[in-house]
Design a protein around this ligand. Sequence first.
Ligand code: CA
Ligand code: CA
Length: 103
Amino acid sequence: MFLFRDSSKGIPSSCQRKRGGPVPVTEAQLKAIFKQCDTNRDGRLSKQELKNFFASLGSHLPGWRAGRVLRHADGNEDGYVSEDELDGLVKYALRCGYTHIVK
Ligand SMILES: [Ca+2]
Ligand SMILES: [Ca+2]
């Protein structure tokens, strides 16, 4: 008989797959991500800033990602992601597997 008594302890963290599962993101982390993206500091994220952001995450198609995330997160359709729309952006990025945006 084989009993896995300590199975919960024996899983190395490197084996946990990096998929866009539920990753808890705090308000402070959201703000940090926003600041990191908003390079011209006008308080909103343009498509170009999103593109740079995805490029820095290692995306192969940062322009395409920026377009997708804009459509996904831009609730009032002004072409920018504002701070209160950032939640949608982060959720999208996490779902795409960019979990390393949350430090
Ligand atoms: Ca900006
Ligand atoms: Ca908007």
